[in-house]
Design a protein. Structure first.
Length: 434
């Protein structure tokens, strides 16, 4: 199969204003080059060329296959960094981003989430976790992965925290459309027309474990990955496999309708049932514009309900296992920009839920909003200070030190660099080479 409508090979350099699949849906683009397809045709066209799967499965690439969450960190040098640079992006111990500071000491802070957790577009030593590790004198581990939703990050958290006896402090980071990503069975099918896999070296978004609504019972249910071994990954090269496994994926339907990417031939019976379960009275699929408006509202509501369910499960797990949980939220495009323009954040329902539950919470959107007011800059010029799509190294540094005080108050005992003993602290055990 010939891949259609690739973005150009230098797309990474333009990532600050769109064209990158790890960014929110609206930054990817809306319509296909040759006009909208039928829903069935769109899904069949999402089949992945076998040669790209060969690269993903058998060579060093940005992501590597995982039977539960689809993919985790691999080893690669994407051409996506600041000043047209490549970035060194590697995994250690098979499942986390490489960290190098104080790795011989027990790690009590583990971080989970998406590409802003992983720190995509910077090299290994330029992550906010490494900046904090340097400042605190103790390791901070990074289990983030680009493209993950809240549910996939939750599954990574469970896997690690069940066996990690040193980590008492757990950070779960949310951003952008993470709410919706949790629900997709295969996120790749939503962006394949705008994403350049670089021959397979940047492939991701394959089938994974997800959470979705059972419209018969009216309950959210957890679903296992439909592809649980490498050999079966080649089923994704079969157009009929893609169609049969995604034709009733309600979140895929909502994404494509809300982005106006397919003709209005989607069977909306399941969507109407979903709307009834979520108690959304104003549901109208009668014409293209009303369909798009309805799909956006229903997509958000579906993602919000799934996220609230996941956060309750995460908090319960941490409580039962003697771990402390901190939730972090940052969305520079869907939340921070509207805040600057005096608009209400679209995900206020989730924030209200977090506050009502009294979960420990750090909102980086508010930090950037207060910081922006200190400058006499346009919003675009302000964004260039910290972002190249994701944070640049300066952005990760700014984030680390914005979060620092919250972590110092949270940790017990405090980091060694903040322990006030009344006398100079000179204990270099474990800090000097033997």
């Amino acid at each position: 199969m010939k891949r259609r409508n690739f973005i150009r090979a230098n797309a990474f350099s333009a990532v600050a204003f769109g064209g990158f699949s790890l960014l929110p849906d609206f930054l990817i683009g809306g319509s296909q080059e040759n006009g909208k397809k039928s829903y069935a045709e769109y899904l069949r066209n999402s089949a992945v060329p076998k040669e790209e799967l060969d690269i993903f499965l058998n060579e060093n690439s940005w992501a590597q296959f995982d039977p539960e969450v689809g993919y985790i960190m691999g080893n690669y040098m994407p051409h996506d960094g600041m000043d047209n640079s490549y970035t060194i992006s590697t995994a250690s111990q098979g499942d986390k981003r490489t960290n190098s500071l104080y790795t011989d000491r027990p790690c009590r802070i583990n971080t989970y989430g998406n590409s802003f957790t992983q720190c995509h577009q910077v090299s290994d030593g330029e992550t906010w976790q490494e900046y904090l590790a340097a400042h605190f004198g103790e390791p901070v581990q990074n289990f983030g992965m680009g493209g993950f939703g809240v549910y996939q990050a939750y599954l990574r958290l469970l896997r690690r925290e069940k066996k990690d006896k040193d980590s008492k402090y757990v950070i779960l980071y949310m951003w952008g459309d993470d709410y919706m990503r949790s629900v997709f069975r295969c996120r790749y099918a939503t962006y394949y027309t705008q994403w350049n896999d670089y021959g397979g070296y940047m492939f991701h978004g394959n089938f994974w474990s997800n959470i979705e609504m059972d419209t018969t019972s009216g309950q959210l249910v957890e679903k296992e990955n439909r592809i649980q071994n490498k050999a079966d990954m080649y089923q994704m090269s079969d157009p009929e496999f893609m169609y049969e496994n995604l034709k009733d994926d309600l979140m895929v339907q909502l994404h494509l309708l809300s982005s106006n990417m397919v003709n209005s031939d989607v069977d909306t019976k399941g969507l109407k049932k979903l709307a009834g379960i979520l108690k959304m009275p104003e549901v109208d699929f009668s014409n293209i514009e009303r369909m798009k408006t309805t799909a956006i509202a229903l997509k958000n509501k579906y993602g919000f309900e799934a996220t609230k369910h996941i956060l309750e499960k995460t908090a319960s797990f941490c409580h039962e296992n003697g771990k402390k949980l901190l939730l972090i939220h940052f969305d520079p495009y869907n939340v921070f920009r509207p805040m600057v323009n005096g608009e209400k954040r679209y995900d206020q329902e989730v924030i209200d839920f977090i506050k009502a539950k009294e979960y420990s919470f750090f909102d980086m959107n508010e930090v950037h909003f207060e910081d922006f007011k200190k400058f006499n800059l346009s919003l675009d010029d302000y964004m260039k200070r910290y972002f190249i799509g994701h944070y640049n190294p300066s952005g990760n540094h700014f984030f680390a030190f914005a979060l620092k005080d919250t972590l110092v108050q949270w940790l017990d005992p405090k980091p060694i660099t903040y322990q006030q003993t009344g006398s100079p602290l000179i204990r270099f055990k474990d800090y000097l080479p033997e």
